[in-house]
Design a protein around this ligand. Structure first.
Ligand SMILES: [Zn+2]
Ligand SMILES: [Zn+2]
Length: 202
């Protein structure tokens, strides 16, 4: 008898994630060790900071004081040899695309690399007083959202799900930090938590 087809094939076909690596880019990021530690507590795989990956394409979008996320991501992915050890580049620079005025992050779906910009996650960007706890919550959520893409998830219609699309900071705050049951079920490892390691085998 044929076993049932895995659902969805892209996520199921992925080899298990061994670790997630974080790379500060284009800014000294004093916040990064604490953010990596916070992300690590929500994943069932090790997370670690790496010091550098030379040769990244950090060109700006013409006249926009933003890094162009497309060549940045492509050049990062080209430096990542093993899809089981993806890299998230975290930067204080604003990120944009030719077709989007800005993005909070940018990632390959079922890929090896993701970008996260902290620039628009700070309350100060919107003229509000600094709020380190709010900033950290947004940053962890944005990192996890982009990792969800790297691990194979597309956007989710559930406005309360981590994988909901957001192009406004209000939507980032509404969607929160948890995957909906459907997205969680699609991923399994490495978003499993509380098991102390990889489990389940799905
Ligand atoms: Zn997304
Ligand atoms: Zn979802």
């Amino acid at each position: 008898m044929e076993p049932p087809a895995p659902d969805p094939p892209a996520a199921a076909a992925r080899p298990p994630i061994e670790e997630v690596r974080f790379l500060p880019v284009a800014a000294p990021l004093a916040d990064l060790p604490a953010l990596v530690a916070a992300v690590s507590r929500r994943l069932a795989v090790p997370c670690r900071l790496i010091p550098e990956l030379p040769g990244l394409d950090l060109r700006e979008l013409a006249g926009r004081n933003q890094l162009d996320a497309d060549p940045f991501l492509a050049s990062l992915s080209a430096r990542v040899e093993n899809p089981t050890r993806p890299v998230v580049a975290v930067t204080d620079r604003d990120l944009g695309l030719r077709i989007f005025t800005f993005v909070f992050g940018w990632a390959e779906v079922n890929g090896k690399a993701a970008l996260v910009s902290l620039a628009r996650l700070r309350p100060e960007f919107y003229g509000e007083p600094p709020d380190p706890a709010l900033f950290a919550r947004r940053a962890v959520a944005e990192i996890l959202h982009e990792l969800g893409h790297v691990f194979g998830l597309e956007h989710c219609r559930d406005a309360n799900c981590l994988m909901h699309f957001s192009n406004r900071i209000e939507a980032v705050d509404i969607r929160g930090i948890e995957l909906c049951e459907t997205c969680q079920g699609r991923l399994g490892q490495p978003f499993e938590r509380g098991s102390g390691g990889v489990g389940g085998g799905y």
